[in-house]
Design a protein around this ligand. Structure first.
Ligand code: ADP
Ligand code: MG
Length: 313
């Protein structure tokens, strides 16, 4: 049985305090101070049992980690610095306290790494399954956010990291395989690219940016729609986690990547690595609104835009 609501909040408050944590939990509102001249960014994301994770597949600390990583990744995609997190948690009556403690461990470990205080939230009983809603506040110098809408014809397209592993892992678990989370960190403990996003903003390298949560093809289509442009992706250039034909499909359409997809004017030199993360050129922005894929051999075909697959599918 979980501790009653008040005790649970007291426990969260105790565990999330520290020199990096500042003010927050315990009053009606958190009071935050931002650096002078900066504006606030806010993002919110659900993590729902059966939709975004499964308790049979994902250990509690991975669920906590991924919950916060979703929010941090959105902040990263604007080039901002995360400043505070808020967690609304609804738990079924019969959940073990141990699960809740492990969830918090995963959540707070990532929070500490990025010095993001857990500054508040809400706690309630859920009629069915774990529901976690994360709100992350970030800040950055006013007017400097990297938007989805800034891509121009002629810009080059880049991605961070390698793509395809989270969906490959999901497919294996669907077939009944048990994966060891420590050996599949990209799926269970994805690293939000906060440092890369900030670097790109500080050095004015990106004209548009989005994080890959729904899959490269889908998120590229979002960016192109917002920018009013088309794109040509080179299949051979896409950094794939696995080889073969499957490797390409997984990399193009797999979700839950938490990598960054960005464009840069062609005359800008992009480092091969930023904050120890590889950066790979994958194609070009073009006029129009079509997305095309250049397949090995040089033929161009339409890039299919396939959506993100839920865990309940
Ligand atoms: P209120 O009824 O005024 O909203 P609550 O009793 O819900 O207050 O919460 C008390 C304090 O604990 C508030 O500061 C709130 O932000 C914090 N809090 C509640 N639930 C959580 C949670 N899951 N994570 C972090 N802080 C929480
Ligand atoms: Mg409340």
């Amino acid at each position: 049985m979980p501790l009653r609501e008040k005790q649970l909040i007291a426990r969260i408050r105790r565990r999330s305090s520290g020199p990096w944590a500042g003010l927050g939990i315990g009053d009606d509102c958190a009071v935050l101070r931002l650096p002078r001249g900066e504006e606030v960014l806010v993002t919110t994301d659900f993590s729902l049992e059966g939709v975004h994770f499964r308790r049979e597949w994902h250990p509690a600390d991975a669920v906590g980690h991924r919950c916060l990583a979703r929010g941090l990744s959105d902040i990263a995609a604007m080039g901002a610095t995360p400043r505070a997190a808020f967690l609304s948690l609804a738990l079924p009556a019969d959940i073990e306290q141990h699960w809740v403690d492990e969830f918090l461990s995963g959540f707070l470990k990532l929070a500490k790494k990025y010095l993001v205080p857990l500054a508040g939230g809400d706690t309630a009983q859920s009629p069915d399954g774990v529901l976690a809603d994360i709100v992350v506040l970030g800040s950055m110098p006013a007017g400097k956010a990297i938007l989805r809408s800034g891509a121009k014809p002629g810009d080059l397209i880049y991605v961070t990291g390698r793509l395809g592993e989270p969906l490959a892992d999901l497919n294996r678990m669907r077939k009944g395989e048990t994966l060891r989370p420590g050996q599949h960190r990209k799926h269970f403990y994805p690293e939000p690219r906060v440092d890369v996003g900030k670097y790109l903003r500080k050095h004015k390298l990106a004209s548009a940016m989005i994080d890959i949560s729904d899959g490269l093809s889908t998120d590229l289509s979002h960016m192109c729609e917002e920018s009013g442009v088309g794109a040509v992706v080179e299949a051979e250039a896409v950094p794939k986690a696995a080889g073969g034909k499957d490797g390409l499909a997984l990399a193009l359409h797999g979700g839950d990547e938490y990598e960054l997809l960005f464009t840069s004017p062609a005359d800008r030199r992009i480092p091969k690595q930023i904050a120890h993360v590889p950066i790979t050129y994958i194609g070009k922005i073009v006029r129009g609104q079509k997305l095309n894929l250049i397949v090995p051999g040089g033929r161009s075909e339409p890039l299919p835009v396939r959506g993100w697959e839920h865990f309940n599918g």
